[in-house]
Design a protein around this ligand. Structure first.
Ligand code: SAM
Ligand code: FES
Length: 347
C-alpha cells in the first residue's frame, strides 16, 4: 500500500485496479492513506479553509430520484420556497458575516424562472460575493443567462458514473444529459463542481473507482463526496446506506489524483460522524459550507434524515465552525477561494 500511496502522491495517477485496492484496504483515520492525502492538500491548496455560505432556497423538485427526500412523490415533505427578497437578504447577511461566497441550492424548481434567477444573482453580486449555483439540470441558455448575470460556479454531482444504476435510481433522468450539463457549464466558463454518492444500493468499489477517474478525466474544479443516507420517505428507506469510512476514502483518493481542486468536508459526513467535517479537513478537504439559511426552513430542507445544525442560526454555525477549524491549526480564508490551477508540468 505504501508504494501505491507514494506513487499517487508523486504522480497523481492511479489505475482503476489500484484505486479499488486502496478502497478495499481497511485504513483507519490518521493512517497512511489520509496522511498522504492531507500532505497533498497542504502542498497544493494550503492550510486555509474556504467557507461557502449555503442558502437552501427551495425544496420543491420536479424530479423523482429514489434516494432523495425532495423527490416529487414524497408527499410527507413540508415544501417551501424563499422569496427573491429573502434569498437576497440572506446573502447580504452572509456577506456581513464575512463570507466571500454563497451557494444557492434547491431542488429542480421551475418556479424560479430565468428572470427571477437573474434578478437574484445580479442583486447578490452587489455584496461582493462569488456565487455558486446548485439547482440541477438546465438548458445551455439558462446556464448562460445565469453566468452573464454574475454566477461564478456550478455544482452538479454526476451521483454515479454507473449509467445502469443511475437510470434505475433517477427515473425520467438521462445520465448523458447530466454529462452534457457538465460540458455546457465548462464551455460557459463556470468553475465546475461534481461528485458522487457513496454507498448506493448495488454500487461497487469498481464503480466508485470509475467515479474518481471520471472526476480526473473532466478535470473538475470542485468535488463533493457524500455518503448516501437513506430517507424514510423514499423508496430506498430500507437500504443500508453508505459509511463515513468509505466516503472518506473516496474523498482522500480524489485529493491524491486532483491535488489542486476544492474539496468540501460535506455535511452528510458530519451527519454520520460527529467529528466528520474535522476528520475530512484532516484527510484532504479544504472547504466547508456552513448553512446561512435563517428560520425554520433548515428543518424542512430534509434531503436525508439527521442533518446537522437544523435548529441553529447562521451566527452560531459560523462561530462553531470557526472554532473547530482553529482547533486543528487551520485558518479561514478571506478570499473568494477560486481554484488556483497548478500546471501539469509541476506534477
Ligand atoms: N437539485 C440539485 C441537484 O440535483 O444537483 C441540488 C439539490 S440535491 C438535493 C443535492 C445533492 O443531495 C444531490 O446531488 C445528492 O448527491 C444529494 N443527496 C440526495 N439524496 C441524498 C441522500 N439520501 N443522502 C445523501 N445525499 C443525498
Ligand atoms: Fe430533486 Fe433530489 S429529487 S433534488
Amino acid at each position: 500500500m505504501e508504494k501505491l500511496l507514494k506513487k499517487a502522491e508523486e504522480t497523481h495517477e492511479l489505475t482503476k485496479e489500484e484505486i479499488v485496492s486502496l478502497l478495499e484496504f481497511p485504513f483507519t483515520f490518521n493512517s497512511s492513506l489520509f496522511i498522504h492525502s492531507d500532505r497533498v492538500r497542504k502542498k497544493y491548496v494550503g492550510d486555509e479553509v474556504h467557507l461557502r455560505g449555503l442558502i437552501e432556497f427551495s425544496n420543491y423538485c420536479k424530479q423523482n430520484c429514489l434516494y432523495c427526500g425532495f423527490r416529487r412523490d414524497n408527499k410527507n415533505a413540508t415544501r417551501y420556497r424563499l422569496t427573491e427578497e429573502q434569498i437576497i437578504g440572506f446573502a447580504k447577511d452572509a456577506a456581513e458575516q464575512g463570507y466571500k461566497t454563497v451557494v444557492l441550492q434547491s431542488g429542480e424548481d421551475p418556479y424560479y424562472t430565468i428572470d427571477k434567477m437573474k434578478h437574484i444573482i445580479s442583486e447578490i453580486k452587489k455584496f461582493d460575493l462569488a456565487i455558486t449555483l446548485s439547482i440541477g439540470e438546465k438548458t445551455f441558455e439558462e446556464y448562460e443567462a445565469y453566468k452573464d448575470a454574475g454566477a461564478n460556479r456550478f455544482l452538479i454531482r454526476i451521483e454515479t458514473t454507473d449509467k445502469h444504476l443511475y437510470t434505475k435510481l433517477d427515473p425520467d433522468m438521462d445520465w448523458q444529459n447530466r454529462l452534457k450539463c457538465l460540458d455546457n457549464l465548462r464551455e460557459l466558463g463556470y468553475e465546475v463542481g461534481t461528485g458522487c454518492l457513496v454507498g448506493l444500493p448495488e454500487q461497487t468499489l469498481d464503480s466508485l473507482a470509475e467515479d474518481i477517474l471520471f472526476f480526473k478525466k473532466i478535470n473538475a474544479d470542485m468535488i463533493g463526496i457524500g455518503p448516501f443516507i437513506p430517507n424514510a420517505n423514499t423508496p430506498l428507506k430500507d437500504a443500508l446506506g453508505g459509511t463515513f469510512e468509505l466516503a472518506l476514502k473516496v474523498m482522500a483518493i480524489t485529493r491524491l489524483l486532483l491535488p489542486d481542486i476544492n474539496i468540501p468536508a460535506t455535511t452528510a459526513m458530519e451527519t454520520l460522524n460527529p467529528n466528520g467535517r474535522l476528520i475530512a479537513l484532516q484527510s484532504g478537504a479544504n472547504v466547508v459550507m456552513p448553512n446561512v439559511t435563517q428560520g425554520d426552513y433548515r428543518k424542512f430542507y430534509e434531503i436525508y434524515p439527521g442533518k446537522i445544525c437544523v435548529n441553529d442560526t447562521p451566527t452560531k454555525c459560523r462561530g462553531c465552525i470557526t472554532n473547530k477549524i482553529k482547533s486543528i491549526n487551520r485558518s479561514i480564508s478571506t478570499d473568494y477561494g477560486f481554484r488556483r490551477k497548478i500546471s501539469k508540468n509541476c506534477f
